[in-house]
Design a protein around this ligand. Structure first.
Ligand code: NAD
Length: 234
């Protein structure tokens, strides 16, 4: 029996693709204040600023230079070749796992390339800019579209599915996350309670490193392909 694997990923796995993390030196939050752009009250206070921040990130994500890296590709290979289940729980709002070919993804913090209407709840693919004149294609309201991402003080998506998958998993791997944002940072505890093998892969020990039985520190593009080859026995 191959067993089931749950992989939690964070901003660190996309760093070598050219997307800034939040907390590293020079990361996104050293350029802007969280309270100014990533909370529901920020959106009420200054929707233009919030939209501009996500419009900028949406543009940046679609630049030709931004591509999945060897770590994203290795995880897609694991899903394709592993005989058991592989479920990816990602905190990332970029689409690099999807582009690399992963299918079984729970995007718990939403997706940058989607918008959501706060009048009717409709979610659609969104590759352009959002603003006061944006119109919902479902309910025709004007100015009601927001990025389909989870802001601080909002509930992540798919948490019940993620927890159920972790409670049933044999291997839990956390990759490129600082362990500073809850509830994602607490997911390793469900894996420990289930008796799963737990592995942290990150540039440095995360805030919750002590909860993992195995730790590997270095770049995701080095460590993740090697780890996947190990699991697949090749
Ligand atoms: P974080 O910025 O808090 O932490 C990133 C972690 O990755 C750090 O511990 C850092 O040491 C590590 N890291 C940096 N470069 C690495 C590399 N090359 N290889 C391996 N590890 C590396 O990110 P987080 O824990 O994901 O924080 C959560 C929040 O950040 C989430 O809300 C998420 O939505 C958001 N976020 C997402 C993106 C994205 O979609 N790519 C980018 C920035 C922030």
């Amino acid at each position: 029996m191959a067993g089931s694997i749950v992989i939690l990923t964070g901003a660190g796995i996309s760093k070598e693709s050219g997307i800034d993390t939040f907390r590293d030196a020079g990361g996104l939050w050293s350029q802007v204040r969280i309270e100014d752009v990533a909370t529901p009250s920020a959106f009420v206070r200054n929707p233009q600023l919030v939209q501009a921040f996500y419009n900028m990130r949406r543009h940046a994500l679609q630049a030709p230079a931004i591509q999945p890296n060897a770590a994203h590709v290795a995880l897609a290979r694991l899903e394709a070749e592993w005989k058991g289940k592989v479920i990816l729980v990602t905190q990332n709002i970029d689409d690099l796992h999807q582009r690399a070919g992963s299918k079984n993804i729970l995007a718990i913090h939403g997706e940058l390339l989607k918008s959501r209407c706060f009048a009717c709840g409709n979610v659609v693919e969104e590759r352009g800019d959002l603003g006061a004149a944006s119109t919902c294609i479902a309910c025709a309201e004007i100015g009601t579209l927001r990025p389909h991402v989870v802001w601080f003080n909002e509930m992540p998506f798919f948490m019940d599915e993620a927890i159920a998958a972790i409670e049933a998993c044999d291997i839990f791997v956390s990759i490129g996350t600082s362990g500073a944002v809850y509830p994602a940072a607490g997911l390793v505890e469900y894996a420990n309670a289930a008796g799963a093998r737990t592995i942290e892969i990150n540039l440095e020990p995360s805030d919750v490193a002590s909860a993992f039985a195995e730790k590997r520190y270095g770049k995701a593009t080095d460590l993740v392909p090697a780890f996947v080859s190990e699991l697949l026995g090749s």
